[in-house]
Ligand binder design. Structure first.
Ligand code: SAH
Length: 259
């Protein structure tokens, strides 16, 4: 049974109680598919004031997270897990951009340590000599790595086998299936998800598309695929890789573009 252990290093352990106690992430812990251990960075300081930050060398604004407590904290995590493949991720806007394919890759790791920065960030020696990678969740600056850590934790957890009731739904989500999933050429295109509808059939005069009520599976599939293509073209044309598209998809897109 696949199991991932997450170790989160943060100056705000309380931050995680909400996100870890809801929905899929909570269920995944209950089912023993993931476990999360949140470590308070201040526990790894050695001075009376439990100092985790200091002023930057060379001057300038803000404070920087000191290297010693972070190295100590990761050392502590290692001591709990002898022999495990080491995956130490620093959350940072300067890191590699997180996406679904990176989530699929990380979902194969038995253990992941997440370091949450604060203030102006962390001492660069942490980036270079402690973290095995740095990951950004997008091109904007947050005030801390905790939210970003929750994003990774959530996105990775739902890909762990046995976490979602219907694992094939993860393969059908936006951005496409896992790289090693057996799929057809059409599916390989990293499309956005198709629209979803539920009851009532008519809401405030707004009707659910007829085809979805038809019970005709092939027609429903074709409609969903067309809608996914249209939405991707409209909102995320950057995702449309020509080589991932079938001849009929290309035709469809051509007509959409010409409209
Ligand atoms: N001075 C830094 C920003 C520090 S923000 C810079 O300009 O690059 C403080 C902390 O928030 C960072 O150390 C990081 O852990 C977290 N953080 C901010 N934005 C992030 C993002 N887009 N992705 C991941 N972590 C982020």
């Amino acid at each position: 049974m696949t199991h991932i252990r997450f170790d989160v290093i943060t100056i705000f352990p309380a931050f995680f109680s909400g996100p870890l106690d809801c929905g899929i992430v909570k269920q995944a812990q209950k089912k023993g598919r993931i476990s999360v251990c949140v470590h308070d960075l201040r526990a790894f300081t050695s001075d009376k004031h439990k100092t985790v930050d200091d002023r930057p060398f060379g001057g300038g604004e803000g404070m920087v997270l000191k290297p010693e407590p972070l190295f100590q904290a990761v050392e502590h995590v290692y001591s709990l897990l002898p022999g495990t493949r080491r995956q130490v991720i620093l959350l940072s806007p300067q890191g590699e951009k997180f996406d679904q394919s990176l989530a699929f890759q990380l979902a194969r790791s038995p253990q992941i340590t997440l370091i949450c920065g604060r203030y102006e960030g962390v001492d660069e020696r942490v980036t270079e000599h402690l973290a095995t990678s740095a990951i950004s969740i997008g091109d904007y600056v947050l005030s801390g790595g905790e939210l970003a850590a929750c994003v990774l934790l959530d996105a990775i957890t739902r890909l762990v086998p046995g976490v979602l009731h219907n694992q094939s739904s993860a393969q059908r989500d936006s951005f496409g299936p896992s790289p090693d999933h057996r799929i057809t050429v059409q599916q390989r295109a990293a499309l956005l998800d198709h629209p979803h509808y539920t009851r009532p059939e008519v809401f405030n005069g707004l009707k659910v598309p007829e085809v979805l009520l038809s019970g005709h599976h092939a027609r429903i599939e074709a409609w969903r695929h067309k809608k996914a293509l249209e939405k991707t073209l409209k909102n995320r044309p950057d995702l449309l890789k020509y080589e991932g598209l079938s001849g009929s998809d290309r035709e469809l897109l051509k007509t959409e573009i010409e409209r």
